[in-house]
Ligand binder design. Structure first.
Ligand code: SF4
Ligand code: MG
Length: 341
């Protein structure tokens, strides 16, 4: 693996009047150059906060309390983004230029006051030394690459004249304005209908192949993961519970939570009569984290006296393959057997 982004033991906490919310609590993950890594988990598990931490976009009263976020430009010393001020010059160079981000609500991300062309040209000229005319040419080209028909005319349109799917294509075009090395996409298709979703996923896959950029894709939808991921990071309550290649996650899931998520993917052609599995219970609030394994109240395999007491061991099988669960640890497993006996 040739890491482009390496997050190591990141903790991003929110200091609220009600107490400390450990939204991200010890997350490690790597995005290799030219690969797509999907972060998957139910809402509230810290996926978005992890992504926002990378770009110094954590809102008050949150802040990164520890950990490292290494940004490895080719041929240069790595930079720890966790140490950069959110408004520092270096962070500004990274944000939008080297790493850009697409969000769930494309309409909300575009200004209704300016044309699509104005916003694209501005994004381009912020990062590239081009004249107005050159930037407009690049804008047209980007819209075309984002699959927008009649791209030249669309430059003069306003966001409210476009559908949600078209707006998301515009956002993707803006995100690509400066040829980023990494695109972070936070649930970019969640607000769209199924057909549009599939088209946007195809587009991102094509653009990734064409540009060689890396993608960090955040989603709660394993169907999307199957379509786009090279590697998968499964998160639960602010921690990474399993990591693996996309085939390993789908064909050899090791964590009970991954298994439960897989059981809850709607299957095409499953038939109207077939009930879909769901995970029992809800994700607890991060300020109310259960002791021991955070998944134990919902886990069918939980071992009483072990899972509700001690932190699950982190078992590493390989560079990008690991799981945080007592069931995969020989030492703990034998002591667990004693507890049960
Ligand atoms: Fe379930 Fe225990 Fe594994 Fe947690 S550590 S996932 S509770 S078996
Ligand atoms: Mg989110």
């Amino acid at each position: 693996e040739d890491p482009l982004l390496e997050i190591s033991d990141l903790r991003t906490h929110f200091f609220t009047r009600e107490g400390t919310v450990r939204a991200v609590d010890g997350v490690s993950l790597t995005v290799p150059r030219g690969k797509t890594v999907c972060v998957v988990g139910e809402s509230g598990c810290g996926k978005s906060v992890t992504a926002r931490s990378v770009l110094g976009l954590v809102d008050e009263p949150g802040r990164i309390v520890s950990g490292e976020i290494w940004w490895r430009r080719r041929g240069q010393e790595p930079v720890n983004l966790a140490q950069l001020g959110p408004r520092s010059e270096e962070m500004r160079r990274v944000r939008g230029g080297e790493i850009s981000m697409v969000f769930q609500e494309p309409m909300a991300s575009l200004s209704p006051m300016y044309t699509i062309g104005d916003q694209l040209v501005e994004a381009i000229r912020m990062h590239l030394p081009l004249t107005q005319e050159q930037a407009r040419e690049r804008a047209t080209d980007l819209l075309r690459r984002a699959g927008i028909p009649r791209a030249e005319e669309r430059l003069d349109a306003y966001s409210f004249q476009l559908s949600g799917g078209m707006c998301q294509r515009v956002m993707i075009a803006i995100a690509l304005a400066a040829d980023p090395a990494l695109l972070i996409a936070d649930e970019p298709t969640t607000a769209l209908d199924v057909t549009t979703q599939a088209r946007i996923i195809d587009l991102l896959r094509d653009l990734q192949a064409e540009t060689g950029m890396s993608v960090l894709f955040i989603t709660h939808d394993l169907g999307v993961v199957a379509e786009i991921a090279d590697e998968v990071v499964v998160m639960y309550l602010g921690t990474v519970v399993e990591r693996g290649g996309v085939d390993e996650i789908f064909h050899d899931p090791k964590h009970p939570y991954t298994n439960a998520l897989l059981g809850s993917i709607p299957r095409m052609g499953a038939g109207a009569g077939r009930r879909l599995a769901t995970i029992r219970g809800n994700v607890p609030h991060p300020s109310d984290r259960p002791a021991g394994c955070p998944f134990h109240p919902r886990c069918d395999a939980a071992i009483g006296g072990v899972c509700d007491v001690s932190d699950p061991p982190h078992i590493v099988f390989g560079e990008a393959r690991s799981v945080r669960c007592v069931l995969h640890d020989d030492v703990h497993r034998s002591s667990a057997a004693e507890v049960r006996a």
